[in-house]
Write a protein that binds this ligand. Structure first.
Ligand SMILES: [Zn+2]
Length: 487
């Protein structure tokens, strides 16, 4: 069928409208960039989560001897259960599962450990850069002679007020450790007379980012870290030892989100005055603020007054599942539902009801889920400024969006009335994510990540749609012109 001939002024107007669609797409991508950047800003801080405190006989005896803490950065729970030295240590003390809160990012999670307060309480949610000053009331700064030994990323251990950070508080990261020098320094510090020694092992997290949590390199890094743990435990037999991970890793690498495989880690407390107690692999986790409370007590300090952590026995008796996660309030859910329902209603009035979930968007979403799994801040593709990896995963859906533009341009329908019904619901889903996450920072489990991915879909989808429309309209006009001159 030959498309209807177009008037010269009509096509110019159409091209201008298609250009507007492209500009809207670019604007969405730009707004997404600002949204992603705002995740990393510190928040104002907020109230303590309500954790129940049942009366229970304390598990940990008072302690005034040395305390040793090991953070095996990025060690996921499933891998932690395969490590012989960690297992041996856990078997002679309290073997726990710990919910580290959200987001699952190293510096903020350590901030919880050393201050006893959640990410949402202190406003340190998704901080990458070292802190300018140690946190007020932080544990390491209150223990004279406290020592931290860090394998790399010294800014993390260097942020919390340890009297001494080895190799140096603000040395370049990664530090220039000679082979085996880190292990030697860590073992020496563990065996020293210092009341508090902290060792931050980062090789597992680094392997996770490079090769994925399901890789052989990750398992190998975990095994060498476990060998180090064996040496550390042997060097500090008279000490109370805390071992924990700060978050897990996805099979193909990444953390930050709230999914249980990332957020729940294995942690153990062992040594003098610690009874044997084992939480099974699927048993209820305690919260990191609870473990922090045990740490404060073990070095003879009171937790800060706003710290919500309970004694381990009380925490085990009343786990309060997911209670340290931020969650959108009910009225945000109502507003988000109204936004999506209105867009669906408006779109369905223009077309059939199924148009409220346009096929291009369904395919884009399905592509994302197939490639990355359910959206989460643990997926690296939600972060980059251009969102290219996510756009590639959405490929089939974005091609459909372009074809939608081509079809409309070929038929000569004017762009805006054809474009918006296909994009109203996707845009509304993005808007609903903004409603659910709006705040400083705009971080909630799941929906912040969905918002980033939907913006990529709507942005690239609109750009593709507008280009498709323009090309089809221009080519269609040229064909009609030629046929006329031929005829
Ligand atoms: Zn990491």
């Amino acid at each position: 069928m030959v498309p209807p001939p177009r008037q010269g002024r009509g096509i110019v107007r159409g091209l201008a409208a298609a250009l507007l669609v492209i500009v809207v797409g670019l604007g969405v991508l730009r707004a997404r960039r600002a949204y992603v950047q705002s995740w990393f800003e510190d928040g104002p801080g907020g109230p303590a989560p309500a954790l129940p405190t049942p009366t229970a006989e304390p598990l940990l005896a008072p302690w005034d001897g040395p305390v040793r803490v090991v953070v095996l950065d990025g060690l996921r729970e499933a891998t932690a259960r395969t490590l012989p030295n960690l297992d041996a240590l856990c078997r002679r003390g309290i073997d726990l599962r710990v919910d580290v809160g959200f987001p699952t990012v190293s510096l903020p999670v350590q901030h919880v450990l050393w201050t006893g307060k959640t990410q949402q309480q202190t406003g340190i949610w998704y901080r990458i850069a070292p802190l300018d000053h140690p946190p007020p009331g932080g544990l390491p700064g209150q223990v004279p002679g406290s020592v931290a030994v860090a394998e790399s990323h010294l800014g993390i251990a260097g942020s919390f007020g340890f009297e001494r950070v080895i190799p140096g508080p603000r040395d370049p990261s990664p530090p220039h450790w000679a082979p085996d020098a880190f292990e030697a320094a860590a073992v020496e510090a563990f065996g020293s007379k210092a009341r508090l020694v902290f060792v931050h092992v980062l090789r597992i997290d680094e392997a996770g980012h490079r090769f994925g949590g399901g890789s052989a390199a990750y398992a190998e890094a975990a095994a060498t870290a476990d060998a180090l743990l064996g040496r550390l435990a042997a060097a500090a037999t008279g000490a109370r030892i805390f071992v924990l991970a700060d978050h897990g890793h996805r099979d193909d690498g990444g953390h930050g989100g709230a999914e249980p495989t990332i957020r729940i880690v294995r942690a153990c407390v062992a040594g003098p005055g610690v009874p044997v107690r084992r939480v099974p692999p699927r048993g209820p986790p305690i919260h990191l603020v609870d473990l922090s409370a045990a740490l404060f007590r073990s070095v003879g300090l009171e937790s800060p007054p706003e710290a919500p952590g309970r004694e381990v026995a009380a925490a085990l008796a009343a786990p309060a599942k997911d209670r340290t996660l931020p969650a959108p309030s009910w009225w945000r859910w109502v507003v988000a539902a109204i936004v999506v329902a209105s867009a669906g209603y408006a779109g369905a009035r223009r077309r059939r009801w199924w148009a409220s979930c346009p096929p291009w968007f369904a395919f884009a979403a399905a592509g994302c889920v197939v490639v990355f799994g359910l959206p989460s801040l643990s997926i690296p593709a939600v972060y980059p400024p251009l969102g290219r990896d996510a756009a590639v995963a959405m490929g089939p859906g974005l091609v459909l969006a372009v074809l939608g533009g081509v079809r409309s341009g070929h038929r000569g329908t004017s762009p805006l009335p054809a474009w918006w019904p296909s994009f109203a619901v996707p845009a509304a889903v993005g808007g609903a994510c903004i409603v659910l996450s709006a705040g400083s920072p705009p971080l909630v489990p799941r929906w912040t990540a969905v918002g980033s991915l939907v913006a990529i879909a709507v942005g690239y989808g609109s750009i593709g749609w507008g280009i498709g429309w323009s090309l089809a309209a221009i080519v269609g006009r040229a064909v009609v012109g030629r046929r006329r001159s031929d005829g």
